[in-house]
Design a protein around this ligand. Structure first.
Ligand SMILES: *Cc1c(COP(=O)(O)O)cnc(C)c1O
Length: 232
């Protein structure tokens, strides 16, 4: 993988996201491009950083810790499976955790964040498509989960995250549209203070980010299109 390739692909992807926003009349500053750097090392991260990337996604605690230490000046997003015993590591490195869906983890994130004197921003992962291979709450479980998080002062709910089934853009668009509708429903039942922060929709990856942006994504998580040589 050539370093110059990453810089070019990052800039190209960023320009494509901006163009897509303009085409559909959305403000490009409302869609954050998260460069999912899980397949590359610190060098690859630096290349994307040199091309202007400010947000990076990782799905492994060890990787987010290592890369956060190397580049603490950017925002690190944890997008992977949360394991209880790694929560303090994840919290120490993450600006935003995208993949919360177990009630057990909320209290642990709260304690870890309190110890670091921070408020941890989190998204709730929702399994909209119902595929058994995917993590996340079922759509009809999310409301109770949101309500039960209210007691934790060091955890701030910032919205929802999902992954669409692969290889079917029409279905992906439906999944993203459903997630956006769910976010609006939840905002309507939250008190004004919490609703104001509940503004994030993390959805869309290399193959389906256009559908996600059309459906209202505020964050797209793009890996291969930036970091893989062969992705078209
Ligand atoms: C790997 C990963 C991505 C990026 O996927 P690409 O298809 O490489 O763009 C996005 N979100 C999550 C949760 C991932 O694990």
């Amino acid at each position: 993988m050539k370093a110059v390739g990453i810089q070019q692909r990052y800039k190209h992807t960023r320009d494509e996201v901006i163009r897509q926003c303009q085409q559909i009349g959305r403000d490009p500053s409302h869609v954050q491009l998260i460069a999912v750097s899980k397949t590359v090392g610190v060098e690859g991260v630096r290349e994307a950083f040199n091309a202007g990337a400010q947000d990076f996604g990782e799905n492994r605690p060890d990787q987010i810790i290592e890369k956060f230490s190397a580049l603490p000046q950017v925002r690190w997003h944890f997008i992977g499976n949360i394991q209880s015993r790694r929560i303090s590591d994840i919290v120490s490195a993450s600006t935003l955790i995208h993949s919360l869906f177990k009630y057990d983890h909320v209290g642990k994130i709260n304690s870890a964040a309190a110890a670091l004197q921070k408020v941890q921003d989190v998204l709730i992962e929702v399994n909209v498509s119902g595929e058994t291979s995917k993590g996340g709450l079922k759509v009809d479980e999310v409301r109770d989960f949101v309500m039960s998080c209210a007691e934790f002062d060091h955890v701030r709910l910032r919205g929802l995250m999902t992954m669409a089934p692969q290889g079917d853009p029409v279905r992906a668009k439906e999944v993203f549209t459903d997630l956006a509708a769910l976010k609006d429903d939840l905002c309507a039942v939250l008190d004004a203070d919490r609703a104001r922060y509940f503004d994030g929709l993390s959805m869309g990856m290399s193959e389906d980010w256009r559908e996600a942006v059309c459906a209202g994504a505020t964050m797209v998580r793009i890996g291969r299109a930036i970091f893989s040589d062969g992705f078209e």
